[in-house]
Design a protein around this ligand. Structure first.
Ligand code: ZN
Length: 93
């Protein structure tokens, strides 16, 4: 399985249609949130968001519903929390 190649494809795909909560739930991913004002970040459990918003809800849209718990800003970005999965660093040898 070409995991590195797969990561690129996922990103191109995301430009065409935003990834949904149901899709990342299938992959066991949570939602990574990032405050554009103070750079505070957090991870939200996808299972909880699924109950509130449903599986067809686009992950990038989740941020519009969030308020930064650190500075109170509404300028919050969200994306699947996938770095460990797609680019898992492995020690050679
Ligand atoms: Zn903030």
């Amino acid at each position: 399985m070409g995991k590195m190649k797969r990561g690129q494809i996922e990103r191109q795909d995301a430009a065409l249609h935003p990834v949904t909560l149901g899709e990342i739930a299938d992959k066991g991913l949570d939602v990574f949130c990032w405050c554009n004002r103070c750079t505070h970040s957090a991870v939200l459990p996808t299972a909880r968001l699924l109950k509130e918003l449903g599986p067809a809800y686009p992950v990038p849209e989740v941020g519009a519903r969030l308020v930064c718990s650190s500075c109170g800003s509404r300028d919050v970005a969200t994306r699947p929390d996938w770095p460990n999965l797609w680019a898992a660093p492995r020690e050679a040898g």
